[in-house]
Ligand binder design. Structure first.
Ligand SMILES: *[C@@H]1O[C@H](CO)[C@@H](O)[C@H](O)[C@H]1NC(C)=O
Ligand SMILES: *[C@@H]1O[C@H](CO)[C@@H](O)[C@H](O)[C@H]1NC(C)=O
Ligand SMILES: *[C@@H]1O[C@H](CO)[C@@H](O)[C@H](O)[C@H]1NC(C)=O
Ligand SMILES: *[C@@H]1O[C@H](CO)[C@@H](O)[C@H](O)[C@H]1NC(C)=O
Ligand SMILES: *[C@@H]1O[C@H](CO)[C@@H](O)[C@H](O)[C@H]1NC(C)=O
Length: 311
């Protein structure tokens, strides 16, 4: 961030001129001194902000002196500023300048506010005009990519098309795929079919999307994701076995119920039969056996069986 205590005391026009430095060298020295006095950052005059946000340009100025005028402009277009002695009315409606200071607040940023701005200051009682450039970069975060999958069973097996789509980002960024390394090698198993980065004419922001094809012959692929501009989608699986729990649930419940009913009926019948057998009269049993063999055998078997059952 820019500090307002801007230009270092060493950058004093008169003292430099007395020492016989050329204005060009002076400018260089001033810039260097400024860079060191303001912040340790290597790139102090570059502000980054997000669309929809606010930003404050702190034009470096000598706090001990009153500016005769302060202009804040982009290229040659006046943005905001003031004269000590008169009013200027034509300024960008989304900016405010602090009275008697060289700070400019900019609100409701959009992409088109990006650019190279210039602080222009002249102090009372001085003919020197100081110009300091400040670069503004407005970015917009991409939305979390939405994933849609459509799979189809073909002659060659199951295959899927997966589309990742994100909107409203800036600057332009391609959708990338994060595929587990084990499957990354073969282009036969997956490949990007198409991708697009479409700018919106009104906001200048981009919609970024990509569609990839997956060959499912190696089974389910887990922990897949896609990302755009540092925003990642949820992890998802491709080529999952084709189960539709919702449409199958009633069928499963019906089948389970039917099975339970059938089992109950069978158990009931068996129990009734066992009861009959245990308490049944010998005559019935004998008759049964007589059908299959001699009466003697039947009776012997019957006795053995009865004995076992009783034991
Ligand atoms: C930007 O400034 C306005 C006015 O001061 C304020 O209402 C708004 O919350 C600020 N927005 C952000 C993102 O800081
Ligand atoms: C990308 O390919 C998919 C599958 O072939 C298709 O459905 C989609 O419309 C294509 N998208 C673009 C932007 O061409
Ligand atoms: C970008 O995506 C948003 C949300 O899906 C949509 O409303 C808008 O029309 C898209 N813009 C362009 C230029 O395709
Ligand atoms: C950005 O905001 C300014 C007003 O601050 C407006 O005039 C301009 O149309 C906007 N541009 C975009 C691309 O939204
Ligand atoms: C999918 O990959 C298998 C080999 O792993 C290959 O035999 C098959 O032809 C591929 N299917 C398609 C549709 O490319």
């Amino acid at each position: 961030m820019l500090a307002s205590s801007g230009v270092a005391p060493s950058c004093n026009v008169q003292s430099f001129l007395k020492r016989g430095l050329s204005p060009r060298l002076l400018a260089l020295v001033c810039t260097v001194a400024f860079a060191f006095s303001v912040t340790e950052s290597a790139d102090p005059l570059h502000i980054r902000a997000e669309a929809g946000g606010n930003v404050t340009f702190r034009c470096p100025a000598d706090e001990k002196r009153r500016p005769a005028f302060f202009y804040f402009q982009i290229g040659h277009i006046f943005v905001n500023g003031y004269y000590a002695s008169k009013n200027i009315n034509t300024s960008w409606e989304n900016t405010r300048v602090e009275p008697n200071r060289t700070h400019v607040h900019m609100y409701r940023l959009n992409i088109s506010h990006s650019g190279d701005y210039l602080c222009i200051i002249q102090y009372n009682g001085s003919n020197t005009i100081t110009e300091v450039p400040i670069k503004l970069t407005v970015t917009a975060p991409y939305s979390k990519p939405a994933v849609t999958t459509s799979c189809s069973e073909e002659n060659l097996g199951l295959s899927c098309f997966v589309t990742c789509a994100s909107h409203g980002g800036y600057p332009v960024s391609k959708m990338t795929w994060n595929i587990p390394v084990s499957r990354n090698a073969s282009s036969q198993m997956w490949r990007v079919v198409n991708s697009s980065e479409v700018p919106s004419p009104s906001t200048m922001m981009f919609n970024s999307s990509s569609t990839a094809y997956f060959n499912c012959s190696d089974g389910m692929l887990e922990y897949v994701s896609c990302s755009v501009g540092n925003v990642m989608s949820n992890l998802f699986s491709v080529c999952a076995p084709k189960v539709k729990p919702k449409s199958f649930t009633p069928v499963i419940i019906t089948a389970a119920c039917a099975l339970v009913v059938v089992v109950l009926i069978i158990v009931g019948l068996l129990l009734r039969r066992c009861k009959k057998r245990n308490t049944g009269d010998a005559a019935n049993e004998r008759r049964e056996w007589r059908v299959n063999g001699s009466e003697e055998e039947g009776v012997v078997l019957k006795e053995n069986k009865g004995g076992e059952e009783a034991a």
